[in-house]
Design a binder for this molecule. Structure first.
Ligand code: PLP
Length: 393
């Protein structure tokens, strides 16, 4: 028995159970059409909601930043890694979000690992939606606080759980995704805010999939539900609609000042690179100036979702451009995805354990980079394969 035998055994188990992830290589920039394994395919699975990942203005600003500031930050933020660009990004993000201040991190994942353990610890309690993102779950675990899961998108259940802990002496934190990435549904954040106020709990939303999508010009869930100043911490990512990489948190000035002193990935991991920061600033500038791309994203979404439903497909409870095409058992979803790829469409099959058993699906991600003819092409292929596999009539 070798001490690393478990590695091989686990890989074999994953393959046998159909859970092994085959990673495809993209050989072109992100866009409506991309090159995958040597083949041009319509891209229906990226988070590049607004086309910023290959936007000419973002690319130009990134290049200029390299000339002006170089490629690396040289240090963590607290030592010598805070550049003028990081400050500018944080000021612009705060303004864009209608918050007092913001702090940027290396990724959205890192932001959750940074923020949650800085807020709560042993003796405190976190109330977390049962379908929250992995990075929230890991941030909660890292904090050593007690974790209480409440039923997905259920303010009544949250209230019940908070009531159970009414006499608990520790701090309380309510945390949720803004938009849930597998179903595209939106958290009832306004209700959570009401309930949390009653029990004096801190509120935090991770708006990774709402950023650049919901609210006025993509200002996110807090803007769309008119909750400015009522949610204590808004986490966002710069790697989805914003098209680059990085994460941030927006909050009251003192909270951001506190996180600058306490958030470990901020203190112990190097800052984001100058070209990345410059490109992210450009994304904020573009959204601040115009909602054109966000409007196109929603036009595309409404068109595709109406038409795919007319074909007889079930798209669940989505309220966003995330469009799950519900197919039931995992093998059908996998076969569907394979046939789509043959027909020139790149769309991911998602099964257990990412989603519950019997709820396997193809997840279609709509983007502003799609043209109507792209969406029509996709609809035609979905109809053809749907009939072949007996999913629709
Ligand atoms: C994608 C996602 C993240 C991770 O963001 P990165 O910037 O890619 O690290 C965090 N939270 C949620 C809810 C997400 O959907």
């Amino acid at each position: 028995m070798g001490k690393l035998d478990f590695v091989k055994e686990e890989i074999e188990r994953l393959k046998k159970e159909g859970l092994y992830v085959n990673i495809k290589t993209i050989e072109s920039p992100q866009g409506a059409w991309i090159k995958v394994d040597g083949k041009e395919v319509l891209n229906l699975c990226s988070n590049n909601y607004l086309g910023f990942a290959n936007h000419p203005v973002l690319k130009e600003r990134a290049k200029r930043a390299i000339d002006e500031f170089g490629v690396g930050p040289g240090a963590v933020r607290t030592i010598a890694g805070t550049m003028k660009l990081h400050r500018e990004l944080e000021e612009k993000l705060a303004k864009f979000k209608g918050a007092e201040a913001a702090l940027s991190f290396q990724s959205g994942f890192n932001t959750n690992l940074a923020v949650i353990p800085a807020l709560v610890g042993r003796g405190d309690v976190i109330f977390s939606d049962e379908l929250n993102h992995a990075s929230i779950i890991d941030g909660c675990r890292l904090s050593r606080a007690e974790i209480v899961r409440f039923k997905h998108a259920d303010p009544q259940d949250l209230k019940k759980k908070l009531e159970e802990y009414k006499e608990h002496p520790g701090k309380k934190l309510v945390v949720t995704d803004g938009v849930f990435s597998m179903d595209g549904d939106v958290a009832p954040l306004d209700k959570y805010v009401e309930v949390a106020e009653e029990y004096d709990a801190i509120t935090m939303v991770d708006d990774a999939h709402g950023e650049g999508v919901l609210g006025n010009s993509g200002r996110g869930i807090v803007d769309s539900l008119k909750l400015h100043g009522k949610v204590d911490l808004e986490v966002g990512t710069l790697s989805k609609a914003f098209g680059v990489v990085g994460g941030y948190v927006a909050a009251k000035k003192e909270v951001i000042e506190y996180l600058r002193q306490k958030a470990r990935p901020f203190l112990f991991s190097s800052a984001v690179t100058p070209p990345d920061v410059a490109a992210a600033i450009a994304a904020v500038d573009i959204l601040t100036e115009s909602d054109k791309l966000v409007v196109k994203l929603w036009d595309n979404t409404n068109y595709f979702q109406t038409e795919i439903k007319n074909l007889g497909f079930d798209i669940g409870e989505t309220e966003t451009p995330i469009t799950p095409i519900m197919l039931g058992e995992a093998p059908i979803a996998q076969e569907f995805s394979k046939r789509l790829f043959k027909e020139g469409i790149f769309a991911q099959a998602i099964g257990y354990p990412t989603v519950p058993k019997g709820k396997a699906r193809i997840r279609v991600m709509i983007s502003a980079v799609h043209e109507k003819k792209d969406l029509d092409f996709a609809l035609e292929k979905f109809a053809k394969i749907g009939k072949e596999l007996g999913v629709i009539e």
